[in-house]
Ligand binder design. Sequence first.
Ligand SMILES: *Cc1c(COP(=O)(O)O)cnc(C)c1O
Length: 487
Amino acid sequence: MKYVSTRGQMAPASFSDVLLDGLASDGGLVVPAEIPTISAEQRESWRELSYPDLAIEIVSLYATDIPREDLEKIIRAAYSAERFAAPETVPLTKLDARITLVGLSEGPTMAFKDLAMQFLGEVMPYVLQKRDRTLNILGATSGDTGSAAEHAFRGKPNISVFMLSPQGRMSAVQRAQMYSLDDENIHNIAIDGNFDDCQNLVKVINNDAEFKAKHAIGAVNSINFGRICAQIVYYFWAWLRATDALTPEQREATVTTAERETSLISIAVPSGNFGNIFAGHLARQMGLPIHRLILATNENNVLDEFFRTGIYTPRTRENTLVTSSPSMDISKASNLERFVRELFGEDVDAFVESWTQLDSEGTLNLTAFLPRFIEEFGIITDSSTHEDRIETIRSEFEATGVIVDPHTADGLTVARRLNEVEGRILVLETAKPEKFGETIEEALGDETPAPSPELQALLALPQHTVEMTNSADELRDYIVEHAPAAK
Ligand SMILES: *Cc1c(COP(=O)(O)O)cnc(C)c1O
């Protein structure tokens, strides 16, 4: 498998290359040159596999330059029982006849990002060691990405993490997960500013090509294809588990069968940067019979607007709202470029022209493609408000005793509202509620469960950060002093 850039100006590269480089050399995003397809027969042959074994099958289609036996070791380490609380790695919980939750938050930081990041935490040090290189990951986080990255890379050879976070703006659990780490290769830098300021600092350093090369600065943000590829696995897993009880005929349900209500499976995805749902899109393009991919946004609804109208208008910084589902508070959806590139087919020039126009005009009109969004890709969208999410958390708890976090509540709100979707809906649980205690308390009041002993112990651990003003010079100095030199 070779990887190319959405913008067409990068020489085809291997999986290991794109894993370390992140962005394509022409400024575009890296995509597989072709999407592998999986026959129904092959898919069914995977039904008895454990989660790690399924991951080996799927990831090996993409990471073709890593020998199979090495990949097996990498993946078994990433999804070991010590790292994921549930024996099945990703458990499914039926809420009612129509809706099932897909438990993606069993990892060390209680959010779905662990599923991708734990894979990177094994595969990146492996590639670095093979190439005798080091990497200094520089990132900005509003909470979930940073903690997942730090827990994936702590103590790993050849790699250090410099993570910028906005001082005093994360939840207590997110702070504890990050700031309690004392591994030598993990640097928590608390910036006197907001998340945008942190992101901006990362951008300034990355635009300094000389500094970047000299100090081997890398990234593990959601545009990293290694993350996307690991996320494809749980779409297959969830679909397989949801159809275990069906007959083979029901599983192959097409539009002509009379059993659509039992056999059609749609998947609802709380979305921000279009990373998670893009993996679902790939799974569907590979041949997994996902009926509808339901994209749910919060009040920062640029993606909802795009898929409804065909017009994509990223928000300005000032217009990006702070919501109770902060990991979805995005101004522009960084992975959307991959999807839009696909719409243009062979015509890379037309794509580049459009995408350039987006930069210069701040908006992009793709209404010509509108009919394909549902017909060809099965994507439908909706959004939730804070009140919706609070109401969903409360009513779900009253009906089933299950507590969902505010991001999952967004997906659940939308899944319940879209009555016209036939069949069953799997809602991806993107985080555990404990991570967002304040919102849960707002929804459940006195009925909010007390934190578990494990959580209390985590919250009580000593925390350490390096405090810094919003200054690129100060950050540069810190990196120079603490980053192992590039090899
Ligand atoms: C990162 C995150 C999201 C958004 O995922 P994208 O891949 O950016 O669409 C949703 N919910 C939670 C809890 C997250 O951490």
